[in-house]
Write a protein that binds this ligand. Sequence first.
Ligand code: 13P
Length: 319
Amino acid sequence: MTLETLREVLGRAEEGAYAVGAFNVSSLDQAVAVLDAAETERSPVIVQAIAGMSAYSDESRWWHRLRALCEEYAQVAVALHLDHGRTYDDCARAIDHGFTSVMIDASRAADSDAPAAFLDNVELTGRVTTLARPAGVSVEGELGTIGGAEAGVTGILEEIVFADPDQAVEFVDATGVDALAIAVGTSHGSVKFTDEAGGQRLRLALIAEIRERLPDTFLVLHGSSSVPADAVTAINLHGGQVRPSYGISPGQKSEGIAAGIRKINQGTDSHLAWSAALRTFLDENAAVVEPSEQLAPAIAAFRGMVAQRMREFGSAGRF
Ligand code: 13P
């Protein structure tokens, strides 16, 4: 099947009132895990990669292979998306490599982690939209700052700047983006909230208000991993040192979908599942050096976590 754009995949999610998971992959093994889960669950899927974040040294070959792999899953509706493009050039390269959707994250200044000036965000996002539109590629922008570590952002932001509904309308009018990542209380990475109340921090009323003002723009939830305690425990039991913390509960995400979220980004939960399975296997099978044996449980755990989210987001069984 020809890959679909984000607008096509999320258009059907809007009609069906569900969300589509956008799963971060940094190797072909992980992409196979995501696509196998989509095929088994009969779920549309967004496979997403971040520029500069992969297991390979040659980005061009990696992106070409990723695109070819996605095309092999003929039964599955797949959008191939650039996550957190930080520059115009990141987005241009992704479009050249056949990505059907790009995110330009101009919500932070290019040279620091500080929130960008609104007009600078508008200017860069608008330029990417102008580039993407004739190529038939969807664009996601970001408004407000989502906390935590993300592409090119190494620090944990103390302050999350929430999206402002008036600015959201102005931003979409000025840039023409198809999808908008809104800062509504989530945070990227494996260390999210240090108290349980963190899992309740999704600003549902803010999501509902922005959705009402922007009915034709797909709203995106970043930093939405739940940080399952059993995965963190398994990692730490087998030599890891992941700080326990709280994420966004599956129930909160369902409420977010009911309020209008249509794309849910997940990296950390899949990575935790992968790391827990790999560490456990290596610890319990210290003599095994065959990579296929080592990787099989990691791929299976990654696939299982993605499949579980597809069911929770309501995208399973849609084809
Ligand atoms: P998590 O770190 O919560 O999985 O979020 C990933 C993300 O939003 C990527 O854009």
